[in-house]
Ligand binder design. Structure first.
Ligand SMILES: [Mg+2]
Length: 297
């Protein structure tokens, strides 16, 4: 078998078609077929917590991943049909940054700031403190303020800002400094010993940016916000970033169509796999049609 491929993708508005733009009809079906090939190690990389990942998998009929990086990189699970096993090495790697302080201690240190509201308990994690914020175009001042309040106590944090365009809300995650989607994905890639040229990441928004601009081959799906596209283009090495624009098998480049476009861009042999799978599906549809015609006769 070929060298394994690590296919890592964000969920909301990247694999999940839960944005305003349309999804190409066959895109998710093709993604599922590619993701379940024996060469592919599938990882979901998301801001969602475990239960919300499971809910999305059921709602959108997603293939079962081999790994889930959840809570914006603060948890990493190895998954099987009925077991999600947290990789404790990863937990140990990141928790030192909070210097033994709990999330509620950090909440008290951040205190009150205009427009900042704690997210629901289900969205908080052992190493993730999450707020709703106003939909600021430039959150620098707010982020500086939060960082200063925590730095005074020697807590080392990574602040991840993104915005949800469907609800016009800013989202702020306060994480241990070394916790990020990128670091978690690098940790996983090293553990699986998969080379960079067999790795592809797909994302759409601000909390994907650290991976999109890294040396990990990445695709920005076509439905991404213009501001994210501009930031990613400005910061990334063009050789490692593909901007999906549509055209692959007549698909529009949004969501899973964009993911597939990126995979084919960075690992060209996958185009043949997808074409052969399409042909096989066409043939089996054709055979079924002939059989059902015969039954009628
Ligand atoms: Mg997203």
């Amino acid at each position: 078998m070929d060298t394994p491929i690590l296919l890592a993708t964000d969920l909301d508005r990247t694999l999940l078609p839960n944005g305003a733009q349309p999804e190409s009809p066959l895109a998710r079906h093709r993604f599922r077929r590619l993701a379940t090939r024996p060469e592919v190690r599938l990882a979901y990389v998301t801001g969602r917590h475990r239960e919300l990942v499971k809910a999305a998998m059921a709602e959108y009929e997603l293939p079962r991943p081999d790994f889930v990086i959840a809570d914006v990189g603060t948890s990493l699970y190895e998954t099987s049909a009925d077991d999600w096993r947290p990789l404790l090495d990863w937990q140990r790697t990141i928790t030192v940054d909070w210097g033994g302080r709990s999330r509620s201690e950090l909440t008290a240190m951040v205190g009150e700031l205009p427009g900042l509201r704690l997210q629901e308990m289900a969205k908080q994690g052992a190493c993730k403190l999450s707020y709703y914020a106003p939909p600021l175009a430039d959150p620098t001042e707010l982020l500086d303020c939060v960082r200063q309040r925590l730095a005074a106590s020697g807590v080392s944090v990574n602040l991840v800002w993104s915005s949800d365009e469907t609800t016009a809300t800013g989202l702020l995650d306060v994480l241990p400094a070394s916790a990020s989607k990128r670091h978690a994905l690098e940790f996983l890639r090293a553990r699986l010993r998969i080379p960079l040229d067999r790795t592809v990441f797909a994302g759409d928004s601000g909390n994907d940016l650290d991976v999109l601009v890294s040396d990990i081959p990445s695709v920005l799906v076509a439905n991404a916000q213009a501001a994210v596209r501009a930031a990613a283009t400005a910061q990334a090495d063009a050789a490692n970033l593909h901007l999906a624009r549509g055209g692959l098998f007549g698909m529009n480049g949004n969501y899973s169509a964009g993911i597939l476009e990126g995979v084919v861009h960075f690992i060209p042999e996958t185009r043949t796999w997808l074409m052969l799978a399409d042909e096989a599906a066409d043939t089996s549809i054709g055979v079924r049609r002939i059989e059902s015609e015969r039954e009628k006769e």
